[in-house]
Design a protein around this ligand. Structure first.
Ligand code: ADP
Ligand code: MG
Length: 755
């Protein structure tokens, strides 16, 4: 048996820790040089040697060639990060080299092999960056159990010795290249719960360094009269001093510096703490507004924060603690080691049991009928009370007074629940069919792992397509302002002509590493449909423009349709409900029909009554359908609707269709057939749909046109009406695919495989 470790894979420094089984406390495992942290710098030499850590960092600072650093900032991005001596390296490969080095060094020091590891990432990392990290760990030969968020790990490490029930801790993590702010709460039952998290992974210590460079360059220009243009190397030279000056300014008010300048000699100057703080004030305020936003997202204020925990090397800058004290009213906690806390927390996490998936439902908001080009959308059969689950703990509840501080005799007694920082959505088309939107599937700050299933109605088109394209997004803004996780193509969709539309269920999930997964299944099938990930097109700009009509698309002709529904006594109860539901579904199919569409509704039993004259207002039409009650025109079937059908459709242009739904045998069938024939003579198509004890021959006799009458079961009504809509041409719509449905069904799928 080897050891299980936690690894903080930082932009600038890394650390490795293990849980000491005797003391129940996590401890750092130093590298073979005895250093507790290892710089994330690699040097490639001309003869093929690889140097990692302090030696490489020193070489880098001396300006030697073959050195590379800060590649974590590019994790998840395509392409090479650097190239030396004819060989190029991706950020994943560089991270793998670094992790392999950490693995070997740790095994040397511990004199044991590493069995399992937890690696940390910024909470704000996207799915791609997380999978890239997993990939790097696997390439390094690590058996990776899980990826966890750095601030969470730091909070766990803090909690071991400073547990106060109900305390809400803001973890302020300012590293070399990233900033994360996270709220965690110490809950009853020794449970550390992450409430919410946000950040900016282009904001970090390096930005403070750049500002110092700016100060230095200005001084050089002012005092030597040389411009930057005359001295192109200036940035590099100045950058080398900047970090050093910054660090010295944490203990001094003024720092002197000498910079060699060709053609001038040695330039000496000094930088004061005041100058430095003044020139970086806006950076600090940027972190402050992210703190405010993580609080407001939870309906909380600074008052609700019990304490602020400082993590990350850049929190050593004096102004950070001062600024946070002003904001929170508390002196920030510095009981954790800013460089070590993350690895220590990860070493606790590696022993935690793996959590179960939570299931959420599609958060169907205002747009009831959006239609989507290239990706599935919504609004089919709305379930009455679909329990839309909001982000957990949206409203902060005070669980009680903050308890007295205690500590765990064994860190393993503490458990932990984490959340995902980004909402997951898909590119969709808005309700009006005019604009691309980001339709949220899983809201931000859901506990992970989490999954959500969405039903998607798919219409067989004349082109016989059997693929659906889905663009998955992370973030809550417009599609192009979001992170595009990937383009997923569901293939192998089988169509059953008798059952149109085809129903597909798509399950989106975040696994426990915060990595996105997409699965699809055909209705009533337990096998996954094949999904391939295709490269996201370089030009996605069309999703930022109004929805265009596809080239070569048919120009749709006007359609007028009348639905006549049998409302006799035998329809009472479920039959009428199902019928009305099917009719509403029919109306929905035309939501994005390219041409003019008008739909009317008739109720018929002992007499016929026009419930809705032809209207293009589909919403109103559905309201009218919903107002229909059984027996509203009598209990028996003495009447027929054909005179009303004729009067409604006679003078209409374009395609004219009547759909007549009957559930039994009508009293005067011969008269009804005669009246129907009047309609046929006017070239009005009629489709008779029967269910229950309906007379098949009668249905056939009243029908006319391209579509055949049908006798179906009650449960097939929705399908049948959908099929008719399809035949009439409802698919001549914006986009080639049908409309998906926000369906609150929870899926009984097993958890997706870990990446
Ligand atoms: P990461 O996790 O991104 O590797 P760290 O948490 O290790 O980052 O923090 C590295 C950053 O902390 C660097 O920008 C470094 O300059 C800064 N830093 C380290 N020590 C000090 C110090 N004494 N004063 C100011 N900044 C510091
Ligand atoms: Mg860090």
């Amino acid at each position: 048996m080897g050891i299980k470790v936690g690894i903080d894979l930082g932009t600038t420094f890394c650390a490795v820790a293990v849980l000491n089984e005797k003391t129940g406390q996590p401890v750092i495992i130093p590298n073979s040089q005895g250093e507790r942290i290892t710089p994330s710098v690699i040097q490639f030499t001309e003869d093929g040697e690889i140097i990692v850590g302090t030696e490489a960092k020193e070489a880098f600072e001396m300006g030697e060639s073959g050195c590379t650093s800060a590649f974590k900032r590019n994790m998840g991005k395509e392409g090479d990060y650097c190239s030396f001596y004819g060989k190029s390296y991706t950020p994943v490969e560089l991270s793998a080299i670094l992790l392999r080095y950490l693995k070997e060094e740790t095994e040397k020091t511990a004199k044991e092999t590493i069995d399992e590891a937890v690696v940390t990432v910024p909470a704000y990392f996207y799915s791609k960056e997380r999978s890239a990290t997993m990939q790097a760990a696997r390439m390094a030969g690590l058996n990776i159990r899980q990826i966890i968020n750095e601030p969470t790990a730091a909070a766990m490490n803090y909690g071991v010795n400073h547990w106060r029930e109900n305390a809400v801790i803001m973890v302020y993590d300012l590293g070399g290249g990233t900033f994360d702010v996270t709220l965690v709460q110490m809950k009853k039952g020794d449970q550390m719960v992450t409430l919410s998290t946000t950040g900016d992974h282009t904001l970090g210590g390096k930005d403070w360094d750049s500002r110092l460079c700016g100060i230095l360059k200005q001084k050089i220009e002012e005092e030597t009269g040389m411009s930057s243009a005359e001295y192109p190397e200036i940035d590099k030279v100045v950058m080398r001093s900047a970090e050093n000056i910054k660090k010295q300014l944490t203990s001094r008010k003024e720092v002197g510096v000498t910079i060699p300048i060709p053609g001038y000699g040695r330039f000496t100057t000094s930088v004061t703490l005041e100058e430095f703080e003044e020139s970086t004030k806006d950076l600090l305020e940027k972190t402050g507004s992210l703190c405010a936003s993580v609080l407001s997202g939870m309906n909380m204020g600074w008052d609700d924060v019990t304490d602020v925990l400082l993590v990350g090397g850049s929190t050593r800058m004096k102004q950070v603690a001062r600024y946070l004290k002003e904001k929170s009213g508390h002196t920030p906690l510095s009981q954790v080691h800013p460089d070590e806390a993350v690895a220590l927390g990860a070493a606790i996490q590696v022993h935690q049991p793996l959590p179960e998936y939570t299931v959420v439902t599609v958060a169907s908001k205002a747009e009831p009928a959006a239609e989507q080009k290239n990706s599935p959308l919504f609004n089919f059969r709305k379930r009455a009370q679909s329990p839309v689950q909001k982000s957990p703990e949206r409203r902060y509840k005070v669980d009680g007074p903050v308890g007295k501080e205690t500590s765990f005799d064994n860190a393993l007694k503490m458990t932990h629940i984490d959340v995902v920082a980004h909402a997951m959505g898909v590119i969709a088309v808005n309700m009006e069919g005019t604009r691309y939107i980001n339709k949220t599937i899983i809201p931000a700050n859901q506990r992970i792992p989490v999954k959500c299933a969405e039903a998607f109605q798919y219409y067989t088109s004349a082109r016989g397509e059997n693929e659906v394209e889905i663009y998955v997004l992370q973030g809550e803004r417009e599609p192009l302002d979001c992170q595009i996780v990937g383009k997923y193509v569901v293939s192998g969709i089988r169509h059953d002509r008798s059952k149109n539309p085809t129903l597909i269920r798509i399950q989106y999930s975040y696994d426990l590493n915060g990595v996105v997964h997409v699965q699809a299944r055909q209705e009533n099938d337990t096998r996954d449909l094949p999904i391939r990930e295709e490269p996201v097109p370089a030009d996605m700009s069309k999703y930022g423009r109004p929805v265009e009509q596809e080239e070569g698309e048919l120009i749709a002709e006007p359609i007028s349709a009348v639905m006549a529904v049998d409302v006799s006594g035998s329809m009472s109860g479920q039959p009428i409900k199902d019928a009305l539901n099917a009719m509403c579904n029919f109306v929905d199919q035309f939501q994005n029909y390219e041409g003019d569409v008008k739909i009317g509704v008739i109720a018929v039993s002992d007499r016929s009554q026009i419930v809705q004259r032809l209207t293009g207002d589909l919403r109103r039409c559905k309201d009218s359908i919903r107002s229909i009650k059984s027996c509203m025109t009598g209990v028996c079937n003495a009447g027929d609707p054909f005179a009303d059908v004729l009067s409604m459709l006679k003078n209409e242009d374009g395609k004219r269709v009547a759909i007549v739904l009957a559930d039994g045998v009508w009293d005067h069938q011969a008269a009804a057939v005669r009246a129907a024939k009047e309609c046929h003579r006017e070239d009005i198509s009629v489709v008779g749909i029967g269910f229950g004890s309906a007379d098949k021959k009668f249905l056939k006799d009243i029908s006319y046109g391209d579509m055949e009458s049908m006798l179906v079961s009650q449960s097939e009504l929705v399908h049948s009406f959908g099929k008719i809509a399809q035949e009439i041409g409802a698919d001549k719509r914006k986009g080639k695919h049908g409309r998906g449905g926000a369906d609150s069904d929870t899926m009984t799928w097993e958890a997706p495989d870990e990446q």
